[in-house]
Ligand binder design. Structure first.
Ligand SMILES: *[C@@H]1O[C@H](CO)[C@@H](O)[C@H](O)[C@H]1NC(C)=O
Ligand SMILES: *[C@@H]1O[C@H](CO)[C@@H](O)[C@H](O)[C@H]1NC(C)=O
Ligand SMILES: *[C@@H]1O[C@H](CO)[C@@H](O)[C@H](O)[C@H]1NC(C)=O
Ligand SMILES: *[C@@H]1O[C@H](CO)[C@@H](O)[C@H](O)[C@H]1NC(C)=O
Ligand SMILES: *[C@@H]1O[C@H](CO)[C@@H](O)[C@H](O)[C@H]1NC(C)=O
Length: 383
């Protein structure tokens, strides 16, 4: 839990409160894929389907439908026959399944566009950082992207078969309705850094990939957030799977007594870990909207393009913070897709990394426009 960053750049008292927060976050429950009717939580009206009473029926339909995986059977007749299956499907209705399957297919198109990384390119620099700064982590990032593209592998191909994905719409962690001031709601979230994804009502308001890309190419075409679509949401989820996203975890071994001022030096240990929420330190926000003293640092997690780009531009971030942020990969892949389809790079929001003081003062710290209401800016974790 103790990262080098938290020691170097935060007051000790705050580091302690962040640790306490991390420990206080809800337990990550690994769901039992086989018990579709089990532990339903009883929140039948919570997920936007409205008709809570019909859940019994739709679940048994679901069980039949999902018994042998449905990706290739029901909804994607004209789509590729992917090697990986979906399983589960708790409380996902028929139309929702279509939206989920189509988003998965589009996500595969996004990641295909992100192959052949050019570390001197604008998109790479904006999202992952200056080539000199990121140099020790380029291999890791490329491998992460490569594993993500393997979800495109087809049945019968000789490529790696990625783990089946357990999808669900029953919000077992109760995050879907989590509403923060000036912030959106979660559209999707990962459970336990394994292939479990919950789809929230907000996901079903997100547009299809090409509808979004073609429409936005005519208005505010340079703003990368305008292209955010259901495939982008999917892409972030995939990066959280331990079979896809590998993150850098640097822990500090203090020499001396930390609670007194006698901690004079430390050593660090670097290990690989899954891309979970405590891996990413987040962007420091110096302007909390509180009535109390305003000289405290608050870490804002890196949803949305502004925060993701701040990870790359701010010198107070660790060089590997971009490599550790699932949203960064999703936005990068989305930018590459727009480049391939439209022939230009949507370069806004633009951040000037030569003006560090300006970046720290900037409104960008607050995240992107709140009208992107699937971006949960105030969330304390990037799920
Ligand atoms: C890359 O790693 C080497 C070896 O650990 C280290 O000496 C060097 O400072 C690192 N470079 C950057 C830019 O982080
Ligand atoms: C971490 O992962 C990278 C890329 O997959 C690999 O090159 C490196 O050897 C791994 N490091 C450890 C300590 O396992
Ligand atoms: C997998 O199939 C492709 C195309 O059919 C072929 O080029 C490649 O050599 C195969 N790889 C392995 C490891 O068999
Ligand atoms: C560190 O210092 C505090 C305050 O003086 C003391 O209570 C604590 O026992 C010390 N811890 C260690 C491991 O020496
Ligand atoms: C994140 O991963 C690290 C390393 O694998 C682990 O120690 C930590 O408990 C994880 N945190 C959460 C919230 O899962």
């Amino acid at each position: 839990m103790l990262t080098l960053r938290s020691i170097l750049s935060l007051p000790v008292i705050l580091s302690t409160s962040i640790l306490a927060h991390a420990f206080a976050s809800p337990p990550l429950v690994r769901s039992n894929v086989n018990s579709v009717n089990g532990n339903g939580n009883g929140n039948g009206n919570g997920n936007g389907n409205g008709n809570g009473n019909s859940n019994g029926k739709s679940q048994s339909d679901s069980e039949r439908m999902f018994a042998s995986g449905f990706l290739d059977q029901q909804h994607l007749r004209d789509k590729p026959n992917y090697a990986a299956n979906f399983i589960g499907g708790e409380r996902c209705g028929e139309e929702e399944m279509v939206w989920i399957s189509a988003g998965f297919d589009e996500m595969n198109q996004l990641f295909q566009a992100s192959r052949n990384v050019d570390w001197t390119g604008d998109a790479e620099r904006d999202f992952f950082g200056d080539p000199l700064r990121i140099t020790n982590y380029t291999g890791l990032i490329e491998e992460n992207l490569l594993r993500a593209t393997q979800y495109s592998n087809l049945k019968g191909s000789n490529g790696t078969r990625m783990p089946d994905i357990h999808i669900r719409c029953d919000d077992p962690e109760d995050y879907c309705q989590n509403m923060f001031k000036n912030s959106g709601k979660h559209a999707v979230y990962n459970i336990g850094n394994e292939p479990h994804i919950n789809f929230c009502p907000q996901y079903f308001n997100m547009d299809p990939l090409d509808a979004q890309v073609d429409e936005k190419a005519d208005q505010e075409k340079n703003n990368v957030m305008k292209y955010y679509n259901r495939a982008t949401a999917w892409a972030r989820q995939i990066m959280h799977f331990s079979a896809v996203g590998v993150a850098i975890r640097e822990t500090v071994n203090p020499i001396g007594n930390m609670s007194t001022e006698s901690m004079t030096s430390w050593t660090t240990t670097v290990t690989n870990a899954s891309m979970n929420i405590s891996i990413l330190a987040g962007v420091t926000d110096e302007h909390p909207k509180t009535n109390g003293p305003n000289d405290i640092f608050v870490l804002k997690y890196a949803y949305g393009a502004s925060r993701a780009k701040l990870l790359a531009a701010l010198h107070t971030q660790m060089p590997y913070d971009t490599a550790n942020n699932a949203e960064t990969y999703a936005l990068y892949a989305q930018a590459r897709y727009v480049m391939a389809r439209k022939g230009f790079y949507p370069n806004e929001p633009m951040l000037d990394s030569t003006d560090q003081a300006g970046l720290l003062r900037s409104k960008l710290q607050e995240g992107d426009n709140p009208k992107f209401n699937w971006v949960c800016y105030e969330s304390l974790d990037t799920m």
